[in-house]
Ligand binder design. Structure first.
Ligand code: SF4
Length: 270
């Protein structure tokens, strides 16, 4: 893994696309060690203009927490500041254990609070920061990506991402600490009919999307990245269907009062 420390010029970015309900996005790192095969960031300029393969490099924004307070103050002059952390990296990828950039950003935000903070991750490391999450009260939601309940499917699509059981356990811990949470089935991968019940044991809210409503190009970007071949090679093609989510959505509705279908057409959560 090529990890480099960098000085960022700015840290808050005006939100657009699938996160346009937020005012800003916040990415403590560039690049992502999890390197999910379906990650749409692979096709974005930030990844395409590098010679290195997506998933093999991470730039650490060392000065992120120094920049943030002033940028929040400035942004607040234009209206409510609602932040999505993160859109193009995982804020709790392995480098965070050492560098604690995300933790330093949370500490900075407790001194200069945004109106709302949304934390998106697939890493159990997030539970390390539960003490800080709690201090945001209701002005935070921690969202854990759990696209399947089958570990063998997770390994096919995201071999370098954390195991499903560890994510479930971390999400449960964060929820039980009183922090608002959700499970993000995003994008939906082949799963069992138990998925809704399993998720309901660890959170009270679930969201779901798939490659066709969530990759920003009605599935074309996913097709170009060759994801169909994984389904073909493992006899899973019935799941590579724009309507396959309906069955899982119904299961979720039976278990959850709070379920949302994410039809953004701009990109599933990273
Ligand atoms: S989908 Fe998220 S966790 Fe996976 S490589 Fe992309 S940014 Fe990282």
């Amino acid at each position: 893994m090529n990890i480099q420390e960098k000085q960022a010029k700015t840290i808050l970015t005006p939100a657009a696309g699938f996160v346009s309900e937020f005012s800003h996005t916040l990415n403590p790192y560039s690049g992502c060690a999890f390197g999910c095969k379906y990650c749409y960031v692979r096709e974005m300029p930030i990844a395409r203009f590098r010679d290195e393969e997506w998933g093999t490099w991470v730039d650490v924004k060392k000065n992120a927490a120094e920049l943030l307070p002033k940028e929040i103050q400035k942004a607040r002059k234009k209206g409510p500041v609602t932040i999505f952390l993160s859109t193009a990296t995982d804020p709790y990828q392995p480098a965070e254990s050492k560098y604690e950039i995300t933790r330093s950003l949370l500490e900075a935000m407790l001194l200069e609070p945004p109106d709302f903070l949304f934390v998106q991750t697939r890493s159990p490391l997030a539970k390390r920061d539960v003490d800080l999450f709690q201090q945001f009260g209701k002005k935070i939601r921690v969202s854990m990506t759990i696209e399947t309940d089958l570990e063998k499917i997770r390994k096919l699509f995201t071999p370098s991402a954390p195991p499903i059981a560890a994510r479930l356990s971390a999400l449960k811990e964060i929820t039980e600490a009183g922090v608002p949470t959700q499970a993000a089935i995003s994008p939906l991968l082949p799963c069992t009919k138990n998925i809704a019940r399993v998720l309901r044991e660890v959170t009270s809210r679930a969201v779901i999307d798939n490659f066709f409503m969530g990759d920003g190009s009605r599935g074309k970007r996913t097709e170009k990245m060759g994801i169909r071949k994984i389904y073909e090679d493992h006899d899973l093609l019935s799941w590579y269907d724009p309507d396959a989510y309906k069955f899982v959505l119904e299961l979720l509705k039976q278990e959850f009062d709070d379920v949302e279908l994410l039809i953004s057409n701009q990109g599933f959560v990273p």
